[in-house]
Design a binder for this molecule. Structure first.
Ligand code: ADP
Ligand code: MG
Length: 726
């Protein structure tokens, strides 16, 4: 017997929905456009338990469900008469159930359910494995669609891979005939279940409103909103599917581009910033005192920023450069320029560890410029914190370094001219907006903003995700730092890899062991896998060494202590989740071992390995993985061979789509549901063009044919209200 495909394994009943679908008459279901915004419990027979499982896939509303689109389709035929079936073929049949029972078997753990079914042309046995629950849900007289493989010995039977009961709330043939959609799914919420729910929401899809005006649809040759939604889920042909998908992609990109255009326009027309021209009075001594000279890349970027700061329009610039590329000194020079011009500057970072580290660096770098940075974090004692806040309010504190605590109510500035945000993707759009608002000067001027990121962003993506920012890039690293040697290790090589690791530890070096999220364990799974791995290493391979543990589910002080102990050399090995991705700088750490490396994005792997080899000793990164797919192999080979983070980011985009990279900018405009930028470059270009035309015709999208489009833009850019009016 062949094993059924995973996504076709019928699942045991769980709770409300299934029994409702099969046993109860369907409740009245009145589709209406606003139902797309309602929780999926509005669908007939969908209860709270099912909703909780769906939430694991990011599906909350009926609209979310309909925008959860298939990754592929199973191409099945239509149902055929029983009399036509031949031995060995796979087929769909439409039958009536006569009787059903459990078949005794001698093999332990094997349960066979067997039914007799017929159609007008004959009868056959249907067989299911290990699905005893079917005895409760299938009854004589039920009309069924069955899909499975036919065999004639020892008797004529069909080994069922998928079945569906007809005459319930759902449509016919959703799982067993025609183009059957396969969805991204989880263990608790399998593809079959997604399919059932999408089918239930089909009437709502048909009622979807049309945000695209006729002129755009005509120009681009797109189907209507409702047709497109139905077509991507239940296409009648490949062409119908292509048209539907293209429509969803273009609409999504168009809305995004309209929003970004509106942001740019309002920034350009509405806001003014204090021009902060440099004098060299402070930066001169700073540069003089540096133990190195700036690289050409650094000088170029410093000049770009200096020019922006001197303008009366607020700077909105993203500085990207790999870990270790020397962004900090660039930021220090920008802050120096702000101070020279009589303003204050603030550096915002995501964690306290990072804040403390930056404070040490900036103290050293800014000291010769006569600037003493002030640290503001949640753990600064009250009295001291008040003293520091006073310094910032009166302007005697010229540069602040801190966490979100910097954004709290109590913190006011005398004249804040520049805000630098490090690892900006750790901050949501709302937080950044709060910062931009906070950062207004005495005449209501906006502050200049410099975002820094160590994750390289390909140009296509930058255009989409950061269309509102200008981008400066530092390529390469300062001289003297070798790239980290990277090797991909299959399971068979594990013991040899531990030998290598132990040799490094005995030589006095330190190592990280990074653990991935374990699938199916959901939130917190990452932490659990790290805890288990630490136990395993302490008990076996690394019993002779001191093994610390840091993960996101720890109390912050506990985690900080683990990081501190590692940084101080009190532990030899730090087992961690990706919390080390951002932040700690331990020059003595030379080895990074990454478990389940195929579960990480390329950009993320690259960023992780940047954490080792930061001292004088060369770094080594060992990627543990046994990828099951060819893509997985390609990705690991790419990381092992390529040291250029930009090249890797491009590859990541090509191989796995931008989902991983888009996670960079958390909330808001870049959570693309349909567009895949690696693939949809043409659509992106079209969307940009159409966005420009649209705003030319109707600059504020107030024409009646654009009202729904306007609403879509505002829904996407929730933190940027009224931008279209600006
Ligand atoms: P990033 O923040 O981009 O990851 P850092 O600013 O922390 O990188 O710089 C990494 C290391 O390189 C630091 O120790 C820094 O002092 C050093 N560095 C920066 N610029 C240069 C340079 N031009 N020449 C030599 N070393 C440099
Ligand atoms: Mg840095």
């Amino acid at each position: 017997m062949t094993t059924p495909a995973v996504d076709e394994v019928p699942i045991p009943p769980f709770g409300d929905a299934r029994s409702a679908r099969w046993d109860a008459p369907p409740p009245p279901h009145r589709p209406a456009p606003e139902r797309l915004d309602e929780p999926i419990t509005a669908l007939p027979g969908v209860g709270r338990a099912a909703a909780a499982r769906a939430a694991g896939l990011g599906i909350r509303t009926v609209g979310d469900l309909l925008h959860h689109t298939p990754t592929r389709y199973l191409a099945y035929e239509q149902a055929r008469p029983l009399a036509d079936l031949a031995d060995g073929e796979e087929a769909t049949v439409r039958v009536v159930l006569d009787r059903i029972s459990l078949r005794p078997t001698r093999r332990r753990g094997l349960v066979i359910v067997r039914a007799r079914v017929h159609d007008e042309t004959g009868s056959i046995s249907a067989v299911w494995f290990n699905q005893e629950y079917l005895l409760q849900v299938l009854h004589p007289g039920d009309r069924l669609l069955l899909r499975g493989r036919v065999s004639v010995r020892p008797e004529r039977q069909i080994g069922v891979k998928a079945h569906e009961v007809l005459g319930g709330a759902g449509s016919e043939g959703v799982h067993t005939q025609g183009l059957v959609p396969v969805y991204p799914a989880t263990e608790g919420f399998p593809a079959r279940r997604v399919r059932e729910l999408v089918d239930l929401a089909r009437p709502d899809a048909r009622a979807a409103l049309e945000p695209l005006p006729a002129w755009i649809r005509e120009r681009l040759g797109l189907p209507g909103a409702a047709d497109a939604l139905v077509a991507v889920h239940f296409p009648r042909s490949a062409a119908e599917h292509r048209g539907g998908r293209r429509r969803l992609v273009l609409e999504e990109l168009l809305v995004l581009q309209l929003g970004l255009a509106a942001v740019r326009r309002s920034e350009a027309t509405r806001r003014r910033a204090a021009p902060l021209a440099g004098t060299g009075a402070r930066s001169g001594p700073l540069l003089e005192a540096l133990p190195f000279t700036l690289t050409r890349e650094q000088r170029r970027v410093v000049a770009e920023i200096a020019r922006d700061l001197a303008q009366p329009a607020p700077m909105r610039r993203l500085l990207q450069g790999e870990v270790g590329s020397g962004k900090t000194v660039v930021a220090a020079l920008a802050m120096c320029q702000a101070v020279e011009a009589g303003a204050q500057a603030a550096l915002l970072v995501p964690t306290e560890t990072l804040a403390e580290q930056h404070l040490r660096t900036l103290d050293a770098v800014l000291g010769p410029a006569g600037i003493r940075p002030v640290l503001v974090t949640g753990s600064v004692p009250r009295g001291e914190r008040e003293r520091r806040e006073l310094a910032l309010r009166t302007g005697t504190g010229e540069v602040a370094v801190g966490t979100q605590a910097l954004l709290s109510e109590g913190v006011g500035f005398h004249r804040l001219g520049l805000v630098v945000v490090d690892e900006q993707h750790r901050f949501g759009v709302e937080q950044r907006q709060a910062l931009a608002d906070r950062a207004s000067g005495p005449e209501g001027e906006a502050a200049h903003l410099l975002y820094m990121t160590a994750t390289p962003i390909p140009r296509t993506l930058a255009l989409t995700a950061y269309g509102d920012l200008r981008v400066s890039t530092i390529r390469g690293r300062p001289p003297g730092r070798e790239p980290v040697a990277t090797r991909w290790v299959r399971e068979a090589g594990r013991e040899d890899a531990y030998d290598e690791l132990r040799a490094e530890l005995r030589a006095g070096r330190q190592a990280y062991v990074i653990c991935p999220l374990v699938e199916g364990e959901g939130a917190g799974g990452e932490a659990r896998s790290a805890v288990r791995e630490a136990d395993r290493l302490r008990a076996g391979p690394l019993a002779a060494f001191r093994v610390g543990l840091a993960h996101g589910a720890q109390r912050p002080d506990e985690r900080r202590e683990a990081m501190r102990a590692f940084a101080a050399g009190d532990t030899d090995v730090l087992v961690a989740t990706t919390v080390v991705e951002v932040g700690i700088d331990v020059p003595n750490a030379t080895v990074m071992l990454i478990e389940g490396a195929d579960r990480f994005g390329l950009a993320q792997l690259h960023q992780l390995r940047g954490r080792v080899g930061r001292g004088g000793h060369p770094g080594l990164c060992l990627l543990f993985a046994d990828p099951a797919t060819e893509d997985g192999v390609r990705r690991l080979e790419a990381v092992a061979q390529t040291t250029d983070g930009f090249r890797l980011a491009e590859l990541d985009l090509e191989i796995r789509g931008e989902g991983s990279i888009l996670g960079l900018r958390q909330a808001g405009p870049t959570d693309l549901r349909h567009a895949r930028l690696g693939r949809d470059r043409r659509e992106l270009a079209q969307a940009r063009r159409v966005a420009a035309w649209t705003l030319q015709r109707d600059p504020h999208l107030t024409g009646p044919e654009h009202l729904l489009l306007r609403r879509a833009v505002l829904a996407l850019f929730t933190d940027l209200p009224r931008l279209l009016d600006g």
